[in-house]
Design a binder for this molecule. Structure first.
Ligand code: 16G
Ligand code: MG
Length: 565
């Protein structure tokens, strides 16, 4: 067959497949999807058309990127069990590039098969994506434990297979960060299976513990983990026996009958409500506890201070970030201040990235360490991108999503320094140990995306290294009282923000009212932003007392209601 004819036939086949798949998953009338902060989200039972189209999108993204592996995660994270969602991971393991989001929206909302076909053809033409000819694409898929997961996985597979030459690989039921890690590893050409992920976590955690100074050994080993009845608890159960030096007890582990996914438990519940999650009792008073969200990409810590009420002492993402920053800063100082041997020093730019939700006390603490703190709008895609500007970038949202990213250049500097130091003093100097701790940290932490399991192990290793109790950690700084409210509005897009969401630029006059209210309080700080995931406007306020924070939030919420309601 002539090459030309073959090409034409493949093109026909491509059109036929797209039309066929679009007619198998018609868009119900009145349904509108938007690729928000965390992909498409809706009631799981209504998601199949959007998930199928996300499959098409992911396959096209892989074709565009010369066949590099792309990921699809089917999860609605910390949301109720009946919800579901889908998001796409780019080849580096991060979120899909933002400039594809408008196409994602258009594709998800294409009203009929013809419209969908035309949209794809036009987009491919504009982006220079070769359709129907010689190309490859691969998409790795993962899903959480939701009951709609299997059915939506099938919709995603059908979407991927509608692109000629695309290959889908189902990686099974996973935490969100596991799938992101696999995509990243696969494209780096290193081993990328689930057991490789576990081996890396367990191995680097062990190395961290081996580097704990002898006089610090013997701290609080007992840890209770609230698994939100999701996938994180299941995975932790699988590996906990291999985590020597830690005694982990998993609650809300997702086992049959233990409870409902994210219901009265999990990181989102604990961080927002600040009360004891389901499954904990007065016997747990005083013990160090951690809480994951339903897909294990958020982590917070807490402790039950007393049996008389259900309030908890919370350690949120900001305090996890502060612990990481303190530790990494300390190791860099040890490396660089070692007797002034300039030829062996590291030039590493360490930077912190937060959002406006970060408690003001945490920002002040970080700045008091002399660290550079940058701010971005809410959403992992913004924080992660900004963190990549540094040799070591640490980012966290207060809600517990965050990680540490290391530049390739710094990793190779650390590796050669480690080799050099090893040849000089085989038993290991303080400087060499610090270098090894930084290298082990870069292995232990998931550099693709925030990962509750790897974050938890890094926290545990650092607490042991410092010989710190939960109490020592809590006392790093004292959170300013804060309050979050949400206001239901007709159209949240009327609010436009600038300066990393700290200021409102539209509607005009609103920022002046916020400033006026804020000026009434000492240490007052307040901002409003449209949610990226719900039809609401969020209000955040901070002040020196809880009563004041509540009152500031309330008065600003009233203004928002009045102007937009
Ligand atoms: C999503 C984001 C999270 C953000 C939250 C804000 C990811 C993976 N997740 O859960 O980072 O904090 O949305 O929700 O990006 P909001 O816009 O409704 O306040
Ligand atoms: Mg999550």
């Amino acid at each position: 067959m002539a090459a030309n004819q073959e090409e034409q036939e493949q093109e026909q086949e491509q059109r036929r497949r797209l039309l066929a798949v679009a007619s198998r998953f018609p868009l119900p009338s009145g349904c509108r999807f938007s690729y928000g902060t965390a992909g498409f989200r809706a009631d799981g039972a209504t998601m199949a058309p959007a998930v199928c189209r996300a499959g098409i999108l992911a396959a096209l993204r892989s074709v565009k990127l010369a066949g590099a592996a792309v990921g699809i995660v089917i999860t609605a994270s910390h949301n109720p069990v009946s919800d579901n969602g889908v998001k796409i991971a780019d080849p580096d393991g991060g979120m899909m590039a933002q400039h594809w989001e408008p196409f994602a929206d258009a594709l998800a909302n294409a009203p009929d098969p013809d419209a969908l076909l035309q949209l794809v053809l036009q987009f491919c033409k504009d982006e220079g994506i070769p359709l129907g000819s010689q190309h490859t694409a691969q998409v790795l898929l993962g899903r959480d434990t939701r009951p709609t997961g299997a059915y939506l996985l099938d919709a995603a597979l059908q979407g991927i297979n509608a692109i000629v030459g695309a290959c889908a690989i189902d990686m099974g039921i996973l935490t969100t960060p596991q799938l992101h890690w696999m995509v990243r590893s696969k494209n780096k050409g290193v081993r990328a299976s689930e057991s490789d992920y576990f081996m890396q976590l367990i191995g680097s955690f062990r190395r961290m513990l081996e580097l704990v100074p002898k006089d610090k050994i013997g701290g609080e080993e007992k840890l209770i983990v609230d698994g939100a009845n999701g996938i994180g608890g299941v995975k932790l159960e699988q590996i906990k026996a291999e985590l020597s030096g830690l005694d982990i007890n998993v609650r809300n582990s997702g086992k049959e009958g233990e409870g409902i996914l994210n219901h009265m438990c999990g990181a989102d519940f604990v961080q927002k409500e600040r009360v004891t999650p389901h499954g904990f009792s007065s016997e747990d008073v005083g013990v160090r506890c951690a809480s994951l969200d339903g897909d294990a990409d958020r982590l917070v810590y807490f402790r039950l201070p007393s049996a008389s009420d259900n309030r908890v002492d919370l350690v949120d993402g900001d305090k996890i970030l502060s612990l990481f920053a303190l530790f990494i800063r300390e190791q860099l100082d040890i490396v660089n201040n070692n007797g002034g041997q300039a030829n062996k020093s590291l030039s590493a730019r360490l930077g912190i990235v937060q959002t406006a939700y970060a408690n003001g006390a945490s920002t002040q603490f970080l700045k008091s360490l002399g660290l550079e703190v940058a701010f971005t709008p809410t959403g992992v895609k913004y924080l992660h991108k900004r963190a990549l500007d540094y040799d070591i970038g640490i980012y966290f949202e207060a809600n517990g999503h965050g990680t540490v990213v290391f530049s390739e250049d710094l990793i190779s500097q650390l590796e050669s320094l480690s080799n050099e130091l090893a040849s000089q003093a085989p038993t290991g100097s303080a400087q060499h140990h610090a270098v090894m701790r930084l290298l082990a940290t870069s292995q232990l932490i998931n550099q693709a995306v925030g990962d509750a399991l790897s974050g938890l192990l890094l926290v545990e290793a650092i607490l042991q290294y410092k010989g710190w109790s939960f109490q020592n950690w809590c006392e790093l700084y004292c959170d300013l009282p804060s309050r979050q409210l949400k206001v239901k509005v007709k159209d949240r897009s009327v609010i436009v923000t600038t300066d990393a969401e700290t200021k409102v630029s539209q509607p005009s006059g609103l920022q002046e009212l916020i400033d006026m209210e804020t000026a009434n309080y000492t240490h007052g700080r307040c901002f409003v932003r449209p949610s990226g995931t719900e039809d609401v406007v969020r209000v955040y306020a901070e002040a020196s007392t809880q009563v004041e924070a509540d009152s500031l939030a309330k008065s600003v919420a009233h203004h928002v209601e009045r102007i937009l309601g």
